[in-house]
Write a protein that binds this ligand. Structure first.
Ligand code: ADP
Ligand code: MG
Length: 698
C-alpha cells in the first residue's frame, strides 16, 4: 500500500483522466491515499424507516420506503421540475427534482419498491422532499450499515457525477482493491498503550461504519493519528535544536538590569510580567538557545518585559535588537525605550528604511564595532549591510508581519545564534499554539496593569449615525481623541477608498472645528508619518484610518475607537483594534458600527465583542466560529498544517493526549532508534520530510 497509496487516482477503476482532473482541482485528491483520507463530514442514520404519516418539515435527513404513484413534469424554464408522488400506505409525499429530470425520470419505475433518503420540507400543508436519493429497496443498504456518510462535493464534481454517493462508491472500489488492509502507521507499543483501532479497521469504519461505536472509535483513531505525528515531529525538532544550537550564555544579572529595576522602573511590574521575566532569565541563563513566544493581550506591557530581556543580554556582554513591523512602531519603541532608560549610559540606535545615509553609516559601524548596544528597527535590520559584533538577543514584535525568511536571516547576522523572543498580541488558543509553535516555549502575560478601566463596547446600526457624532463631540470636548477605522480588504478596492474619503469629508464637516487626519495604505510613507504625528501630538483629535493602525500604536489619550462596517472584520481583528484604546485611566469606548442586515454568524461575532474583553476567550470563540477544521489562518501562515479530521477547537483533549504519548515515547527513545519505532520515524519522514523544518521558523 505504501507504493499503491501514491498511485494516481486516474488508475482507479471508474475514474479516467477527466474525473481524475476534477477530483484534483476540486478536492485536492491526486493519489489513492488522498482519496482514502477524504473523510465524510457527517453521517445520517439510515437504520430507521419513517412512516410518511409521522414526518414533518423540521426533521433532518430521513429514510422512507414505498412506491411511486405517479410521475409528472411541471413548469417552464428554471422552475421546470419533475414530481413523483410517493406513498407507503400511511400517507403521500412529493419527491421533487429540478435538475437531471430526464435522467431520473428514465430511472424510476412505477410499482417498484424504493428506499428514499432526503430532507422533508413543509410548505403550507404540503410535504415534499427535494432531490432525494432514491434506490430500489432490494439493493439500497448493501454497503452501509445504518450510517450513511456524506462527503463534501462541489457543483463541478456533481456535474461529473461525482456526488457524495459516488465518492463512497469510489472508496468501496479502492478499499476492495487493497483488500481492506492498510499498513499500520503507529507502533505496536503505542497501539497497545492507547488501545486504538488499527489503521485498517479505522479506515474501513470511517467510510463504512459498522455501528455508532465503531465509528466513534475510528474517528478517535484517525484524529489521534493526525495530531500524534504533528506532536512527535514538533518534539523531535525541538530536541534536535536544543542539541544543535548552543545558547549564548547569559548567566549574570548585572548592573544595568539591577539599576534599571531598582531606580528607573516607573511602576511595579505586574505579577504576570514578573513571572515571564523569570522564565526568560532561566532560559537565557541555561546555556541553551532561547526560542520563546511571548503572548500578551494588547496593553499587557510586553515592551517592558522585552526591555528587561535586552538589559540581561547587554549585561552579559552582548548586543540586542528589537524589530517592529513598521516605521511608526519602530520609532515609537525607540522613544519608549529611550524614555524608560533615562540617563542610563547605554548606546541606543534607531535604524529604519528612512534613516539618512550618513546617519546610517554611523549606526552601521557602531553596530559592527559593538559601540551600539541596543538597536531598534524595522526589516531594515535584516538587510545585507547590517553586521553585529555580537548579537545576543533578537526581540521581534508582532510576528505576523514578519516573514519566516526574515527571521531566519536575522540569525546569520552575528557569530553565535542569538536568543529569540517573539512577541505577539494576537491571542492564540492553546491548542493552536501547541500545534503551530509547539517547539517554542510559550510565556503568557495574562494580566493587565492595574488601574485600567475595561473598554466599554457598543454596537450601533449605521442608521443611527447622528447620535454617534454627538457622542464623539462630547468626548472630544472632554479632551479625548478618537480613532475611526474603515475596512479595507483589498488594497486596490476602489469603493473602500471612496468610503474612507467620503467619511473624511463628513467627519471634517460634522465635527468642525475639531481636526481630522487620515492614514491609509496608499499614501507615501512620509505622508503617513506626518499624518500620524498630528494625531500623536494631539494636533488632530480624530484619526481616520484603514487597518494600518491595527498593530501597536500607543496614544493613551485616545479613548474612543469607532469601527465602521464592523461586520467586515474578523473577531481577532476587531479585538486588536479595540486594544488601541483603554490605555489611559479614562473610561474608553469601542463603537462597532454595522448595517442592520446581518447574518447570524456576524451578529454572534459582534455580540461576543460586546460581551467580553478577554482576548483568549475571543480567540477560542473565533476558532469555534471559523471551525477549527479549516484553519484558514494556519494555512495562510504557511506553516503547513492541514488537518483532515481533527478539529483544534473541539479536539483539545485528544491533542493533549497525543502530546503526552509522544512525550513519553521520546523520553524512552529520543531518536526513535529502537526497531519497534522504525515505523514512526518512517512516518515522520514521509509526512514532514519535505517541509521546511519548523524549528527554523521562529
Ligand atoms: P503591549 O503589550 O500591547 O505592547 P505596552 O508594552 O505598549 O503593551 O504597554 C502598554 C502600556 O502599559 C504602556 O503605556 C506601558 O508603559 C504601560 N505599562 C506596562 N507595564 C505596566 C505596569 N506594570 N504597570 C503600569 N503600567 C504599565
Ligand atoms: Mg506592543
Amino acid at each position: 500500500m505504501i507504493d499503491l497509496g501514491k498511485r494516481s487516482i486516474m488508475y482507479l477503476p471508474g475514474i479516467g483522466p477527466r474525473k481524475g482532473e476534477i477530483l484534483r482541482k476540486e478536492a485536492e485528491i491526486v493519489s489513492f491515499e488522498d482519496l482514502l483520507y477524504y473523510f465524510p463530514y457527517k453521517y445520517a442514520d439510515r437504520s430507521r424507516i419513517y412512516p410518511i404519516r409521522s414526518i414533518s418539515g423540521n426533521m433532518p435527513y430521513i429514510q422512507l420506503k414505498g412506491r411511486i404513484l405517479s410521475l409528472s413534469t411541471l413548469g417552464e424554464g428554471s422552475s421546470r421540475r419533475l414530481i413523483a408522488r410517493f406513498t407507503d400506505g400511511t400517507g403521500t409525499i412529493d419527491l421533487v427534482w429540478f435538475k437531471g429530470i430526464a435522467y431520473v425520470r428514465e430511472k424510476l419505475k412505477p410499482d417498484k419498491e424504493y428506499l428514499v433518503f432526503g430532507k422533508p420540507v413543509e410548505f403550507g400543508n404540503a410535504l415534499s422532499m427535494p432531490h432525494p436519493e432514491i434506490d430500489p429497496a432490494e439493493q439500497a443498504t448493501q454497503l452501509t450499515g445504518g450510517l450513511t456518510p456524506f462527503y463534501h462535493t462541489t457543483d463541478r464534481m456533481k456535474k461529473a457525477f461525482l456526488n457524495s454517493r459516488a465518492v463512497q462508491n469510489l472508496q468501496y472500489t479502492l478499499l476492495s482493491l487493497i483488500r481492506w488492509q492498510l499498513p499500520e502507521t503507529l507502533s505496536e507499543d503505542v497501539l497497545e498503550r492507547t488501545r486504538m483501532l488499527s489503521l485498517s479497521e479505522a479506515m474501513r469504519n470511517i467510510h463504512f461504519p459498522e455501528s455508532d461505536d465503531k465509528l466513534r472509535a475510528a474517528r478517535l483513531r484517525l484524529k489521534f493519528d493526525e495530531l500524534f505525528f504533528i506532536q512527535l515531529n514538533i518534539l523531535c525538532t525541538a530536541a534536535h535544536r536544543k542539541r544543535a544550537f548552543e545558547g549564548l550564555p547569559c548567566p549574570v544579572v548585572g548592573t544595568h538590569f539591577h539599576r534599571f529595576y531598582h531606580d528607573y522602573l516607573p511602576f511595579p511590574l505586574t505579577e504576570a510580567q514578573k513571572r515571564v521575566v523569570r522564565e526568560i532569565r532561566a532560559d537565557m541563563g541555561s546555556g541553551r538557545q532561547m526560542n520563546r513566544l511571548l503572548q500578551g493581550d494588547v496593553g499587557s506591557g510586553k515592551t517592558l518585559v522585552a526591555l528587561l530581556a535586552i538589559l540581561l543580554a547587554v549585561d552579559n556582554g552582548y548586543q540586542a535588537c528589537l524589530m517592529a513591523p513598521s516605521e511608526i512602531l519602530a520609532a515609537q519603541h525607540y522613544a519608549t525605550l529611550r524614555n524608560f532608560l533615562g540617563d542610563m549610559p547605554l548606546e541606543l540606535a534607531l535604524l529604519t528604511g528612512s534613516t539618512r545615509r550618513k546617519e546610517r553609516q554611523r549606526i552601521l559601524s557602531g553596530i559592527a564595532s559593538g559601540a551600539v548596544s541596543i538597536v531598534i528597527g524595522t526589516h531594515a535590520l535584516v538587510e545585507e549591510s547590517v553586521r553585529f559584533a555580537s548579537l545576543g538577543l533578537a526581540v521581534i514584535d508582532e510576528q505576523h508581519r514578519f516573514g519566516v525568511e526574515q527571521r531566519a536571516r536575522l540569525r546569520q547576522k552575528s557569530p553565535g545564534v542569538p536568543h529569540v523572543l517573539v512577541m505577539t498580541a494576537t491571542p492564540i488558543p492553546r491548542t493552536l499554539a501547541m500545534t503551530l509553535y509547539g517547539d517554542l516555549d510559550v510565556s503568557v502575560i495574562d494580566e493587565l496593569p492595574p488601574g485600567r478601566k475595561p473598554v466599554r463596547t457598543l454596537h450601533r446600526y449605521d442608521s443611527r449615525k447622528a447620535e454617534l457624532y454627538d457622542f464623539l463631540r462630547k468626548e472630544i470636548e472632554r479632551g479625548r481623541q478618537v480613532y475611526v477605522v474603515y475596512p479595507l480588504i483589498e488594497e486596490s478596492e476602489k469603493s473602500d477608498y471612496k468610503n474612507l474619503e467620503e467619511g473624511f469629508r463628513v467627519f471634517c464637516e460634522v465635527l468642525a472645528p475639531h481636526r481630522v487626519c487620515m492614514v491609509h495604505g496608499r499614501m507615501k510613507a512620509s505622508d503617513k508619518e506626518s499624518e500620524m504625528r498630528k494625531f500623536v501630538s494631539g494636533e488632530a483629535q480624530i484619526l481616520l484610518a484603514t487597518t494600518v493602525i491595527e498593530v501597536g500604536v500607543d496614544v493613551p489619550n485616545a479613548s474612543v475607537m469607532v469601527i465602521e462596517s464592523a461586520e467586515r472584520f474578523g473577531l481577532s481583528q476587531l479585538h486588536q483594534l479595540r486594544g488601541r484604546v483603554g490605555r489611559g485611566s479614562e473610561q474608553s469606548y469601542c463603537v462597532l458600527v454595522s448595517s442592520s442586515q446581518l447574518s447570524r454568524e456576524t451578529r454572534r461575532r459582534l455580540e461576543i465583542m460586546v460581551q467580553t474583553n478577554n482576548g483568549f476567550e475571543i480567540a477560542e470563540e473565533d476558532l469555534r466560529l471559523r471551525g477549527g477544521g479549516d484553519l484558514e489562518g494556519t494555512r495562510q501562515s504557511g506553516l503547513g498544517v492541514n488537518l483532515k479530521i481533527a478539529n483544534l477547537s473541539a479536539d483539545g483533549p485528544i491533542l493533549h493526549y497525543a502530546r503526552e504519548i509522544a512525550g513519553e515515547l521520546l523520553a524512552a527513545d529520543p531518536l526513535l532508534e529502537q526497531p519497534a519505532h522504525q515505523r514512526l520515524s518512517r512516518q515522520l519522514k514521509t509526512r514532514f520530510g519535505n517541509k521546511p523544518n519548523w524549528g527554523d521558523i521562529s
